[in-house]
Design a protein around this ligand. Structure first.
Ligand SMILES: Nc1ncnc2c1ncn2[C@@H]1O[C@H](COP(=O)(O)OP(=O)(O)OP(=O)(O)O)[C@@H](O)[C@H]1O
Length: 252
């Protein structure tokens, strides 16, 4: 496979914070069209990897490629415009707008790269059909007139996913999508992620191993900033080093 077959590739990516190596020479290949999970114990470097890939952090050394193109020196907004969008950033939701309005803002952002708040409200009505389609994709079609702030936690996270979908990402980076969710919501959100991942590439950091097992084509296990193992869930969960380093306490 050539570099162009990978939606995301890192080569020898390293990040040090004042001499402490948080990400240590990581070469990661995320195949296009797959769901790829990044797992590992606390402090393994997962969030730092995400921040490096989306350029919220500057790598100390190494290279980051998006669809085979070097994006190491690009800014987060440029990377988002190239179709790699990070989700589950609470800031993507405006609490005092309705769900429909939130999606319309995100759609506008994609189309004009600005908010155009000054335009007459009626000009935004053309976006309603698209916004409703997106709300339906995440199962929020019954709440379009509800203010975002009034949503319970699980549904708020679905709204964040919806605002991400409005940007038409080719690559979605999901940062702990199940964090803080009750068991009822977890299965629902997993089903939605599987559905919206079709035709896209997903890289996710997730602590819930049954979700990781259920959704992922490939799993990379990080430990102390370095890659410990990689493969399918069956492969990595049977790896002895992984079991002792990461799954020891969850051996059953
Ligand atoms: N800005 C920073 N300055 C100093 N050290 C940092 C910084 N960011 C992260 N680290 C350290 O780098 C290591 C990796 O952190 P990171 O948050 O990437 O791990 P993680 O795998 O996402 O952990 P968790 O599962 O707990 O979120 C940790 O030891 C952390 O303390």
């Amino acid at each position: 496979m050539s570099s162009a077959d990978y939606a995301i590739e890192t080569r020898n990516l390293t990040k040090t914070f004042k001499g402490f190596t948080a990400v240590d020479d990581v070469s990661l290949k995320v195949e296009r069209g797959t769901i790829h999970a990044l797992i590992g114990p606390n402090g393994a470097g997962k969030s730092t990897m995400f921040n490096l890939i989306t350029k919220f952090l500057e790598p100390t050394t190494g290279t980051i490629l998006l669809n085979g193109k070097d994006i190491t020196s690009q800014k987060p907004a440029q990377i988002a415009r190239k179709g790699a969008v990070r989700s589950f950033q609470i800031s993507s939701v405006f609490p005092h707008l309705t769900l429909l309005e939130n999606i319309r803002v995100a759609l506008q952002r994609r189309m004009h790269n600005s908010y155009h708040f000054w335009k007459p409200e009626s000009r935004l009505d053309v976006l309603n059909d698209d916004a409703r389609t997106i709300l339906t994709q995440v199962g929020l079609e019954d709440s379009e007139s509800v203010l975002a702030t009034e949503l319970p936690y699980g549904r708020k996270r679905l709204l964040e996913l919806a605002t991400t979908l409005a940007l038409e990402p080719k690559v979605m980076l999901l940062d702990e999508p199940m964090a803080g969710m009750g068991t009822g919501d977890v299965q629902r959100v997993a089903d939605i992620i599987r559905r919206v991942a079709k035709g896209r590439t997903v890289l996710m950091v997730e602590h819930n191993l049954s979700v990781v097992a259920d959704l992922s084509d490939t799993i990379t296990v990080l430990q102390l900033g370095a890659v410990l193992a990689e493969g399918s869930y069956d492969e990595v969960s049977q790896n002895r080093e992984v079991r002792s380093a990461y799954m020891g306490e969850a051996d059953d």
